[in-house]
Design a protein around this ligand. Structure first.
Ligand code: SAH
Length: 250
């Protein structure tokens, strides 16, 4: 459970931060991160945490999302909107199962968005998948802390189903190079890809964001290992070098 992280992105009401900490603790989750909270620390957060002050006190506050999930092997984003999003979709139970299964390898994260506007498209694009609690379509947006409660409960159920006598361990095939790259490593690949595709003039007149969004999906789905990531970096570096040579010749 300590490898399953709850990340609140830009929470606006401090009371919700406290209530989320309490929701987590009731289900055995303790790792909370706050990305650019609007008002925090705040007395309302402590009031609503009642008894989960330890979770709140240990919560790291970070300026940007990337820092909160840099070491995570799997990142899922919760969204009240069931409309098509650019990443694969899961319901709460499926997401919980996936998180518990993957937490044996590396930390995993579950993101929650702002009360008013949720997660931005750019933030969702940084996730391996989107999680939707299938509420009624006409009124599908839960209170932030209520959404944290539902997901924390599903995580707890997934752990109980696995059997608590069977603690999560790193996979036996734990050679680091053969493990999927973590969030930060994948983001570094996307930076390199975007740059290399510019260098070889791949985009032509197309907007680079559209291509990059599809490539993001491809790599997030494939979950390349560190060794595979190095190969792709190598290919990109060679492509950049060839493009430079070709330009110098002209
Ligand atoms: N008006 C916002 C709703 C924000 S609710 C919007 O349209 O997105 C605050 C956060 O709670 C959301 O960003 C999401 O992370 C979570 N949440 C609320 N309802 C949810 C639902 N039905 N399924 C999954 N997450 C939900």
């Amino acid at each position: 459970m300590h490898r399953i992280r709850i990340v609140l992105v830009g929470p606006q009401h401090p009371g919700n931060i406290g209530a989320a900490a309490r929701a987590m603790k009731t289900m055995g989750l303790t790792d909370m991160r706050l990305v650019a909270p609007e008002r925090y620390p705040h007395v309302d957060a402590s009031t609503m945490a009642v008894g989960a002050d330890d979770v709140l006190a240990a919560a790291l506050v970070l300026p940007v999302l990337a820092e909160a999930v840099a070491d995570c092997g799997l990142v899922l984003g919760c969204t009240a909107r069931s409309r098509y999003v650019s990443v694969p979709g899961y319901d709460a139970a499926q997401a919980a199962h996936l998180l518990v299964e993957q937490a044996g390898r590396a930390p995993v994260a579950l993101l929650f968005g702002r009360e008013r506007t949720g997660l931005s498209n750019e933030e969702l694009a940084q996730c391996h998948g989107a999680v939707h609690i299938p509420a009624v379509a006409e009124f599908s947006s839960l209170n932030l802390a209520a959404a944290v409660q539902v997901l924390s409960y599903e995580v707890r159920r997934a752990v109980l189903r696995r059997g608590e006598s069977e603690p999560l361990r790193p996979e036996p095939d734990g050679e680091p190079d053969e493990q999927p790259g973590v969030h930060d490593e994948l983001e570094q690949l996307f930076v390199h890809l975007e740059k290399a595709l510019h260098a070889i003039d791949f985009y032509k007149s197309r907007p680079s964001q559209v291509v990059m969004q599809r490539l993001r999906r491809l790599f997030q789905r494939a979950r390349p290992t560190r060794r595979e990531l190095r190969i792709v970096h190598g290919i990109l570096a060679d492509a950049e070098r060839m493009a430079r040579l070709a330009r110098d010749k002209v």
